[in-house]
Design a protein around this ligand. Structure first.
Ligand code: CUA
Length: 178
């Protein structure tokens, strides 16, 4: 029984069985492999991009996004009239996550670099860009910035990959590259 003191008072000083030490060594080596896999995957996997992050507030981030939307909206899409925004090539662009949408739709130019700012107005959301499989965790109160240079024209889906409540599975967005 574990609540009783051990009968062998020097249980920690007993010789270790060969099998046990073998498994300890295997486990240790595997830990090292997985540890080194993290930086390897960061560089070669290109799934979790290097990002900058800054403190922000929901009000401030919403205002910045709204400012871009007011200036550069070219049309709206779907019944919900989601603005499609085409900001100048090479500028700072904003994408906000909230229950349950990625807003607005961004229209970017192929071969031009943008600084994409993302934040959440409420809870944690996930930015998963499909089909290129880029994944970032987007948190409230933090502005996450990546430099993005779209290399292929087309429509890219943004899906939320952090569970955020009853509408999580419907939390979709879109980035159009022309
Ligand atoms: Cu947002 Cu799940």
């Amino acid at each position: 029984m574990s609540i009783m003191p051990p009968s062998q008072r020097i249980w920690w000083n007993e010789p270790i069985h060969k099998i046990e030490i073998t498994w300890v060594i295997i486990a240790l080596l595997w830990c090292l492999v997985l540890f080194l896999w993290m930086p390897y995957w960061h560089v070669y996997g290109k799934q979790n991009l290097s990002n900058e992050s800054y403190k922000t507030t929901a009000e401030l981030f919403e205002a910045k996004t709204q400012n871009m939307v007011s200036k550069y909206t070219v049309r709206t899409e779907t019944d919900a009239e989601i603005p499609v925004v085409a900001p100048p090539a090479g500028s700072d662009v904003y994408l906000l996550g909230r229950l349950w949408e990625w807003w607005p739709i961004l229209e970017l130019e192929k071969g031009k670099s943008y600084r994409l700012h993302m934040s959440s107005l409420d809870y944690q959301h996930g930015f998963s860009l499909q089909p290129v499989n880029i994944n970032l965790q987007i948190l409230p109160q933090y502005e996450t910035v990546i430099t993005l240079t779209p290399s292929k024209a087309g429509e890219y889906g943004v899906i939320c990959n952090e569970y955020c409540g009853i509408g999580h599975h419907q939390m979709l967005g879109k980035i159009i590259v022309k």
